[in-house]
Design a protein around this ligand. Structure first.
Ligand SMILES: [Zn+2]
Length: 431
């Protein structure tokens, strides 16, 4: 008994020492390349259905870095855009992240065939100590990406503006964990007046509580920090251009995005980050003070939803599935004009849909091997993981893992494959 204990202690000690060395090696990497501050680059992404172009709008230095100091090079492969930061002198990759954007959704519309438009995008990474090269790639598929733009930046450049201190107050939701070890979610109000700030806090708490009672988030509370920024708009509500309703709000949110009545978005990405900077943040959630059903979530870009429809809490968690975990919509929609988003020749990077182009399908090891492909949509398969045809806006050629899921129809809860993807994202984000 005694020797077993001793042996066990020895093993534990070795693991402990190894872990400690890894953490030390990682944090010394962080300290070698970065300060504990943030470099924010405001970008303009413009073009038509067939062209695209990036240009730098401005640079900002922010007093705090709230992201991980260990996980510098993202290994997920998620995001239609990847940005990579290299140390200029040695060409060593020192930071990598991915995100999606509104421009690629717009590129699929009919308007993009004949017109040009531009969209704001923001990239943020820890403030570099030496000159860096920033590379921006477009991801074509799980295995292919192309370089769109690259530029150099000297951290001592006088063009980097020091961000001014926010004047907005903020309120935390419950107990906070250490910023570098948690997913910091900032909740921003749009269309709440000064006298409606108590309503904003109540709405935020209602949405966050609902998220934290939904699997898998219900067992992952300690990995999240939520902070609400109290930023009042002049007018209450939001724009509904299709009905001729226009409101003066801080983040210019509006319905009728890309021709869809229920698609609620904002194009004011720079203003959104200005407001978010009142607190440490990794994810942005905008709550729009409206009783009309709608929302939008774009991976590592933003999450946004209205608050006073009876389904709003479900929309809230659905959009967070997109914005935080990069989940695809699992529904079919012939009305959606960007139905060519997933080409059948290349496997999409999203974890919860597949076109079977890659033989090592994402959830193969979780699937019930007795179900065929496509799996039959019958009642007895309701709790079985398979390959059900239809998802990613199309009815043929794309497969989803479960008959129903929160990413397909609201009020279903997240399917086991989406739950696993969310857990994985938390592991990546909080190490
Ligand atoms: Zn799912």
């Amino acid at each position: 008994m005694h020797s077993i204990n001793k042996g066990l202690f020895g093993t534990l000690l070795i693991i402990f020492v190894n872990l400690n060395l890894t953490v030390l090696a990682q944090s010394s990497k962080f300290n070698k390349w970065f300060n504990h501050q943030t470099l924010r680059i405001n970008l303009i992404h413009s073009g038509s259905s067939k062209t695209e172009h990036y240009s730098v709008h401005s640079y900002q230095r922010i007093a705090l870095w709230s992201g991980s100091t260990n996980y510098l090079l993202d290994t997920s492969g998620y995001g239609d855009i990847h940005f990579e930061v290299l140390d200029s002198a040695s060409q060593t990759p020192i930071y990598l992240r991915g995100f999606d954007n509104m421009f690629y959704e717009w590129q699929q519309t009919e308007q993009a065939q004949t017109e040009q438009r531009s969209f704001e995008e923001v990239i943020r990474f820890p403030f570099p100590k030496k000159s860096v090269q920033i590379m921006i790639y477009r991801r074509i598929s799980l295995k292919k990406k192309v370089l769109l733009h690259s530029f150099f930046l000297n951290p001592r450049s006088v063009e980097i503006e020091l961000a001014s201190q926010s004047t907005y107050a903020n309120v935390a939701f419950g107990q906070l964990s250490s910023e570098s070890k948690a997913v910091d979610v900032v909740v921003l109000p749009d269309g709440y007046t000064q006298s409606e700030m108590p309503k904003f806090i109540k709405d935020s708490e209602r949405m966050i509580s609902f998220l934290l009672s939904t699997p898998p988030f219900d067992s992952l509370r300690e990995y999240f920090n939520f902070r609400m920024v109290l930023a009042p708009s002049v007018e209450s509500g939001t724009d509904i251009p299709g009905k001729g309703i226009w409101k003066n709000t801080l983040l210019d949110s509006h319905f009728n995005s890309l021709g869809s009545d229920r698609y609620l978005t904002t194009q004011s990405i720079f203003k959104m980050h200005d407001m978010a900077q009142a607190v440490p943040y990794d994810q942005v959630y905008v709550l729009v003070n409206s009783p009309t059903y709608g929302g939008g979530g774009i991976y590592n870009y933003y999450n946004l939803s209205s608050v006073d429809d009876s389904l709003s809490p479900w929309v809230f968690i659905h959009e967070f599935g997109h914005g935080f975990a990069g989940l695809a919509d699992e529904y079919e929609d012939d009305e959606i004009s960007y139905s060519t988003l997933y080409s059948s020749a290349e496997e999409p990077w999203r974890p919860n849909i597949t076109n079977l182009a890659d033989s090592t399908a994402k959830w193969q090891n979780m699937a019930d091997s007795t179900l065929g492909v496509p799996s039959e949509e019958i009642d007895e398969n309701r709790q079985k993981i398979g390959f059900y045809e239809g998802g990613g806006y199309v009815s043929k050629g794309i497969y989803r893992p479960y008959i129903s899921c929160e990413m397909r129809s609201l009020q279903s809860g997240f399917c086991p494959v989406c739950q696993k993807a969310i857990r994985q994202m938390i592991v990546w984000s909080t190490q």
